[in-house]
Design a protein. Structure first.
Length: 352
């Protein structure tokens, strides 16, 4: 017997399903970006997507994924930066500027691609980030026993040292103990889009903790919680060995790599972080299938949500974490390499 109410209900549900299936808010694949070769960073500001395709910044329209412009050059001359396979170039969008840095130089660009300022450093830098009128710089150091540790120092705009704001715990190296503990204790910095907060985390520690600093480098309330780190798996260990083989200086001695690395029992608590306008997204090493665990915190450091998001990184355990994903308006945008044809694709999934 025909039931008009049931028929209408089914019709509405079917219409909604069809609508959602074609709505851009629920589309997984947004576009192919054939201009990309080796992307290492992606960020979104307003309605534009900025991708660092070393050493060139390629800017796309978020609406239709058209390539709008590109800027940046490879080299050691004015307006140029030289990539490094082991410590890649880094890109940050802060206070209306695109900030790029290598280990020995940094450049401020306008969003349009105009060089606003560039400066060579007189020392080796692991990472540089603008903080108000100053710069925070991460530098590598060694103890007398040749254990490695990192300092984060605050410098003025002329690179005069103001003060140290953080020192990591030392970790054994080949010189100190004959083996390298994987992953290393690299210390990473992320700046809020407003440029008013600096977030710091260690790529080595098992404590779930993100340090927070103000414009003057003074510590604020950290973000932390109880967390059980996952254990190292054979697949993760093999991933590290495979990643080392990607470097020319290790490739010839690939079979010896296993003899010189040491894996602790547990993986680190934090793999990477993303800083939004009012939220902090913390990525861990836990995963389900090809999805990676994220914790979402609000501006008051209160936990809002735990979610698993697509993880397309080829190497998930490495010295410098992948940042070929970003979050804008609670949507997770990420780059996917099509192994069959070498093209890169932009995908998106909603978080909330």
């Amino acid at each position: 017997m025909f039931n008009k109410k049931t028929y209408l209900t089914k019709t509405i549900l079917l219409s909604l399903l069809l609508l959602l299936s074609v709505s851009p808010d629920f589309a997984a694949k947004l576009a192919v970006l054939p201009e990309l070769n080796r992307p290492s960073y992606i960020e979104i500001r307003d309605n534009e997507v900025y991708v660092l395709d070393e050493p060139v910044v390629k800017v796309y329209s978020l609406k239709d994924c058209r390539l709008l412009r590109q800027f940046g050059k490879r080299g050691n001359g004015p307006g140029e930066l030289m990539p490094n396979d082991e410590i890649p170039l880094q890109m940050q969008l802060v206070n209306g500027e695109v900030f790029l840095n290598s280990q020995t130089k940094f450049i401020h660009y306008s969003y349009a691609g105009e060089v606003l300022k560039e400066k060579a450093t007189h020392f080796m830098c692991m990472q540089i980030t603008p903080l108000g009128k100053n710069y925070c710089i991460s530098r590598v150091n060694f103890t007398r026993n040749m254990e490695i540790f990192f300092n984060i120092m605050l410098y003025d705009r002329d690179l005069n040292l103001l003060k140290a704001i953080y020192t990591s715990k030392p970790t054994a190296t080949l010189r100190s103990r004959g083996k390298v503990i994987i992953p290393s204790n690299f210390t990473y910095m992320k700046i809020a889009p407003s440029g008013k907060r600096l977030y710091v985390f260690s790529g080595r520690q098992e404590d779930f903790q993100v340090l927070v600093f103000d414009l003057d480098g003074n510590p604020l309330k950290p973000i932390k919680m109880d967390y059980q780190c996952p254990k190292w798996t054979d697949s993760f260990k093999q991933e590290v060995i495979d990643w080392f083989k990607t470097f020319p200086r290790f490739r010839a001695n690939a079979d010896l790599i296993k003899q010189y690395v040491e894996f602790p029992v547990f993986l680190p608590a934090i793999r990477n972080i993303l800083v939004g306008e009012n939220r902090l997204y913390v990525q861990t090493y836990k995963k389900t299938a090809n999805d990676s665990e994220f914790f979402v915190f609000d501006e008051n450091a209160q936990l809002m949500k735990r979610v698993f998001l697509p993880d397309e990184a080829r190497y998930k355990v490495k010295m410098n974490p992948d940042v070929t994903f970003t979050i804008k308006n609670d949507r997770y945008y990420y780059l996917v390499e099509n192994i069959d044809n070498g093209d890169w694709e932009l995908h998106m999934v909603p978080i909330f």
